[in-house]
Design a protein around this ligand. Structure first.
Ligand SMILES: [Zn+2]
Length: 440
């Protein structure tokens, strides 16, 4: 997705490295106990504090030095190459199988280590005895994950506390040729163009209904860490003008899109990922403690006790963003939905979709199973809204209805301001983000 105002790949990589190193340096002493600002607020257990580095006076220095001397080996950094696996990397850096297993156990909630992305970075820090103390994975400039050794050979994970914010940019253009070509000319990506067509699909047919000269305006949010784009974007508002007809979509704080009157454009979700309800064998619980170790082990989803081979249904329309086979999560599918929704389905017996595939609500995507580390056949189902796991049984899921009366005033203000911004500014102007997701 080349973009005139964004950075080239070389700059990007350089910035990513610089930012990450700076972050590591800055964040190390205050790592534990920070509020998480990135997704999955689930830091597991208190992490050991590094040694205090006070400034001793000159007299004390010669005595104090031997006590605080740091004999830890220098951290080793590895840049992921295509086809790299954590197992192969650990072998190369002489990290044992039991550590690999403990790390993968901590990764079950995140699923970041079974498929490694080329050009991301791993930083390995060892104890003086040569054991892995901490593994850092830099997914993008806004998402840095630490896996830290705690007691009894266990690892816990935590996101580096990063202040992410969103910048919005207005894209304006005129239809000439297809909508797709016109959108790319205005600076939007091909993914943006496809998403726009999907969001407005109930209102108009992009092939048939648009004509040369029709106008469009799109506000796209771009996530940043300080001034560095993380690469994540989201559509916040769309307006298409055809003669004196107007088609609009606005992202609201609940994560769904609505037209200017407040009618939902986001298709409804199913509550359950199966045809019939099954017994819940383990409920959603962010503060769950492991019954034996007493460690905080959040349960980011809900477990349904279902026999192996039960059809698993996607709860909403979307695109399969990931499939994989994780030593703890087993075979899994992740689906990105319109707006701010994501779902995950774990411990599957058989996956019946592939990455990039478009799926419709209620479509069968897999057979439930007992893969990974489980205590019996079940389906683990997760729902994420605005990047956070929520209880799928109680969360406000899209219901394809209208904005509730009590929020209509707020929504109308958002619509009015957005339309004014779209009218006033030129293509690719930076504008204030009008979309503010509510917490929780
Ligand atoms: Zn579960």
């Amino acid at each position: 997705m080349p973009h005139p105002l964004l950075l080239s790949r070389a700059h990007w990589t350089g910035l990513l490295l610089a930012t990450s190193l700076l972050l590591l340096a800055l964040l190390w002493p205050v790592f534990s106990g920070q509020n998480q600002t990135t997704e999955s607020a689930a830091s597991t257990s208190a992490l050991p504090q590094p040694l205090q580095t006070t400034t001793p006076d000159i007299e004390a220095l010669s005595i104090a030095t031997p006590a605080v001397i740091d004999t830890s080996p220098t951290p080793q950094q590895h840049t992921i190459a295509s086809g790299d696996t954590l197992q192969a990397i650990f072998q190369r850096y002489e990290i044992g199988a039991s550590t690999l297993s403990a790390i993968m156990q901590a990764d079950e909630d995140i699923l970041a280590l079974d498929v490694l992305h080329p050009d991301s970075h791993l930083i390995m820090e060892k104890t003086p005895r040569g054991e892995l103390q901490r593994l850092t994975l830099e997914l993008d400039p806004g998402r840095i994950l630490h896996y830290e050794r705690s007691s009894e050979g266990h690892f816990s994970y935590a996101w580096a506390p990063v202040e992410l914010d969103w910048q919005a940019r207005l894209f304006r253009g005129e239809i000439s040729g297809s909508f797709y070509q016109s959108a790319l000319r205005a600076g939007l990506s091909d993914q943006d163009a496809m998403n726009i067509a999907e969001i407005l699909q109930q209102q108009l047919n992009f092939r048939r209904d648009l004509q040369a000269g029709d106008q469009f305006a799109v506000i796209r949010g771009e996530e940043r860490n300080q001034d560095t784009p993380t690469g994540r974007t989201r559509l916040e508002a769309i307006r298409l003008q055809r003669g004196n007809r107007e088609y609009t979509a606005f992202l609201f704080s609940d994560g769904s899109f609505y037209d200017a009157e407040g009618n939902s454009l986001t298709p409804a979700f199913l509550r359950l990922p199966s045809k019939q309800p099954y017994r819940i064998s383990s409920a959603f619980n962010l503060a769950r403690r492991h019954p034996i170790t007493r460690r905080v082990a959040p349960h980011n989803g809900v477990d349904f006790a279902m026999p192996v081979g039960t059809p698993v249904l996607t709860t909403g329309d979307g695109i399969v963003s990931r499939t994989g086979n994780h030593p703890y999560a087993g075979k899994y599918v992740e689906i990105e939905h319109q707006g701010a929704f994501k779902t995950r389905y774990l411990h599957l017996h058989r996956i019946e979709v592939r990455r990039g595939q478009q799926v419709e609500r209620g479509q069968r995507i897999a057979q439930s199973g007992n893969t990974g580390r489980t205590s019996g056949p079940h389906l683990h189902y997760e729902l994420h809204i605005n990047g956070r796991p929520v209880d799928p049984m109680t969360a406000d899921i899209p219901e394809a209805t209208s904005i509730p009366d009590e929020q209509l005033g707020q929504f109308r203000d958002q619509v009015e301001t957005t339309l004014a911004v779209m009218t006033k500014h030129a293509n690719e102007t930076l504008v204030a983000s009008l979309f503010a997701p509510t917490e929780g």
